[in-house]
Design a protein around this ligand. Structure first.
Ligand code: NAD
Length: 501
C-alpha cells in the first residue's frame, strides 16, 4: 500500500500533512513522510483549556460508562491493527511484527481498562470510634499530560490514556517530534470511537504537535494534575524538578540499562533465545533492551561463541520485509552515539564484534542500519554504566553469584533484569529484597517484552513511575479518606477529651 493510501485509511488526509515546518521522516529510507504545522504556544494553551473543561464534565460520567468509550476505542484499534502497525513501522522503523505487536498492546490495555472501569475499588477501614465508619474513595484527578518517546510511539500513550479515561480524566498528549503521525492517527481512531459513543465533552483527548518547548509548556502548566513523561533520563532530570516546583504529580518512565545474569545451571538454549530477542529486537531501541550480560566464567566463552553465531544469523534489513529481524536506527544521532560508545568501550579494553553500518536500501544516505554489536568487556566500565540507545550488548564474567548481583545493581538505572538459572536458591535470591534492584525482575525469560497486566516501570534513574497493569491506575486518581459518624456522640480519635469534664 502506498504511504498516502495508508495515511488515508487511518483518517489522515494528505492535504493536512503538508506545508508545515516539522518534517517527519521515515528511518527506513530517510524519506519525508509529512511536513506538519506545529502547535503555537497559544494553540497548546487552548488545548489545555479545552481538556480542563472536558474533565469537569467527564468526571461526573459513571466509570463503567467511561469504560464503554474505551471498549469502542479498542474495537477501532482491532479494525485498524494492520494499518496502524504499518504506520509504526514506517515512522519508527520497527519490523512489521513488532509494529503490529505494539498495536496489540494497545488493544490489551483497552480490554484491561474496560474491566477496571467496574473495579475502581476503595477500602473500608475499621474505625476506632463507636458509631463511626471509615472508607476511602477514588475520584478523577484532572488533566493528565502525556509526553512520549519515539521508540514506543503509541503503546506507552495508550497505557496512560486508557486508564486515565476510565478514571475520569482528560488527556493532553505531546508525542515525540520524531513520531507525530502515529499520534494523529490514534486521535482519528479515538474520534471514530467518540462518534459511536454519543455525547462526550469536547477536549477529552488533545494532541500537541511539536518539540521540547511544547513538552515544557505541559510541564509548567498548573492545570495539568499529572505529568506522565517517558523518555531519556536527561529529559526526566529536567522535567521532574519543574513539576515538583509547582507541587504537580509526575510519573517518570526513563532510561534503562538492563542486565541478564547467566548462571552455570542455565538452560543455554533458552538463554541464547532470550538474550537475542532482548538485545537485538527493535534494533536495541527498547527501554527494556538487554544491554549487559553477566556470565559465569565457566560459560563465558561458550555463550559468547553461541551468541556470535546467533547474531550472524539475524537479518538486518527493511523492516517491512518478512525475514528481517533488525530494522534501522531512528536517525544519524543514534548511529553516531552507537559508534562513540563502541570507540569508548574499545579504549576501555573491550573486544568489539559487529557494530558496522550496513547499506540496506541503495542510495538511502539518511537511513542508518547496523550490525548489532557484542562487546566482551574486562570490567563494568563507565561506558557500560551508560544507556546507549542502540544494539550493543556488553558481556562480562563473574565467579560468585553474590558478586554477579552486586555487579548487576551497580549502575544508576533500575528498569528490567533477569537471571537464567535452574538453581532455586539463585532464582529466589535474585528476586529477594537483597537481589535485583529493578522494577522488573525475571527468571528464565529475558528483560524485554513485558505484558500489560503487570505494573511497568523502574527504580533509581529510571524514575520510579509505574504504568499499565496491577494497581497503576491509582496514579490517575485522587484518594479521599472519609469518616462518617452515625452516632449521637462526638468521640475524638486517640481518646482525646476536649472541653469536657
Ligand atoms: P527523549 O528524552 O529525547 O524524548 C522523549 C520525549 O520527551 C519527547 O517527546 C521530547 O520532545 C520530550 N522532551 C525532551 N526533553 C524535554 C524537556 N526538557 N521538557 C519536556 N519534554 C521534553 O527520548 P527518546 O529519544 O524519544 O526515547 C528514548 C529514551 O526513552 C531512552 O532513554 C529509553 O530508555 C526511554 N524510554 C523509557 C521507557 C520506560 O518506560 N521507562 C519507555 C520508552 C523509552
Amino acid at each position: 500500500m502506498k504511504t498516502t493510501e495508508l495515511l488515508a485509511s487511518l483518517g489522515l488526509d494528505a492535504a493536512t500533512l503538508d506545508g508545515g515546518s516539522l518534517r517527519v521522516r521515515s528511518p527506513i529510507d530517510g524519506s519525508t513522510l509529512a511536513c506538519l504545522q506545529p502547535h503555537t504556544p497559544a494553540a497548546a494553551d487552548a488545548a489545555i483549556t479545552r481538556a480542563a473543561a472536558a474533565f469537569r464534565d467527564w468526571r461526573r460520567v459513571p466509570a463503567p460508562r467511561r469504560g464503554e468509550l474505551i471498549r469502542l476505542f479498542g474495537e477501532e484499534l482491532r479494525a485498524h491493527k494492520q494499518a496502524l502497525g504499518a504506520l509504526v513501522t514506517l515512522e519508527a522503523g520497527k519490523i512489521s511484527a513488532e509494529g503490529e505487536g505494539e498495536v496489540q498492546e494497545m488493544i490489551d490495555i483497552c480490554d484491561f481498562a474496560v474491566g477496571l472501569s467496574r473495579q475502581l475499588y476503595g477500602l473500608t477501614i475499621a474505625s476506632e470510634r463507636p458509631g463511626h465508619r471509615m472508607m476511602e474513595t477514588w475520584h478523577p484527578l484532572g488533566v493528565v499530560g502525556v509526553i512520549s518517546a519515539f521508540n514506543f510511539p503509541v503503546a506507552v500513550w495508550s497505557w496512560n490514556f486508557a486508564l486515565a479515561i476510565v478514571c475520569g480524566d482528560s488527556v493532553v498528549w505531546k508525542p515525540s517530534e520524531k513520531t507525530p503521525l502515529t499520534a494523529l492517527a490514534c486521535q482519528k481512531l479515538f474520534e471514530r470511537a467518540l462518534a459511536r459513543f454519543g455525547a462526550a465533552p469536547a477536549g477529552l483527548s488533545e494532541v500537541l504537535i511539536g518539540g521540547v518547548e511544547l513538552g515544557e509548556q505541559l510541564v509548567d502548566d498548573a492545570r495539568v494534575a499529572l505529568l506522565s513523561a517517558t523518555g531519556s533520563t536527561r529529559m526526566g532530570r529536567a522535567v521532574g524538578p519543574r513539576v515538583a516546583a509547582r507541587f504537580g504529580r509526575a510519573l517518570l518512565e526513563l532510561g534503562g540499562n538492563n542486565a541478564i545474569i547467566v548462571a552455570p545451571s542455565a538452560d543455554l538454549e533458552l538463554a541464547v533465545r532470550g538474550i537475542l530477542f532482548g538485545a537485538v529486537g527493535t534494533a536495541g531501541q527498547r527501554c527494556t533492551t538487554t544491554r549487559r550480560l553477566i556470565v559465569h566464567a565457566s560459560l563465558h566463552d561458550e555463550l559468547l561463541a553461541r551468541l556470535r553465531r546467533a547474531y550472524a544469523s539475524c537479518r538486518v534489513g527493511d523492516p517491512r520485509s518478512s525475514g528481517t529481524l533488525i530494522g534501522p536506527l531512528i536517525d544519524a544521532a543514534a548511529f553516531s552515539a552507537m559508534q562513540s560508545a563502541l570507540s569508548a568501550a574499545r579504549a576501555e579494553g573491550g573486544e568489539v564484534f559487529g557494530g558496522e553500518r550496513v547499506e540496506v536500501i541503495a542510495g538511502a544516505g539518511d537511513a542508518y542500519y547496523v550490525q548489532p554489536a557484542l562487546v566482551a568487556m574486562p570490567a563494568q566500565t563507565a561506558t557500560v554504566c551508560h544507556e546507549t540507545f542502540a544494539p550493543i550488548l556488553y558481556v562480562m564474567r563473574y565467579s560468585d553469584f553474590e558478586e554477579a548481583v552486586a555487579l548487576h545493581n551497580a549502575v544508576p538505572q533500575g528498569l528490567s533484569s533477569a537471571v537464567f538459572t535452574n538453581d532455586l536458591r539463585e532464582a529466589e535470591a535474585f528476586l529477594s529484597a537483597a537481589g535485583s534492584d529493578c522494577g522488573i525482575a525475571n527468571v528464565n525469560i529475558g528483560t524485554s517484552g513485558a505484558e500489560i497486566g503487570g505494573a511497568f516501570g523502574g527504580e533509581k534513574e529510571t524514575g520510579g513511575g509505574r504504568e499499565s497493569g496491577s494497581d497503576a491506575w491509582k496514579s490517575y486518581m485522587r484518594r479521599a479518606t472519609n469518616t462518617i459518624n452515625y452516632s449521637r456522640e462526638l468521640p475524638l480519635a486517640q481518646g482525646i477529651r476536649f472541653g469536657e469534664d
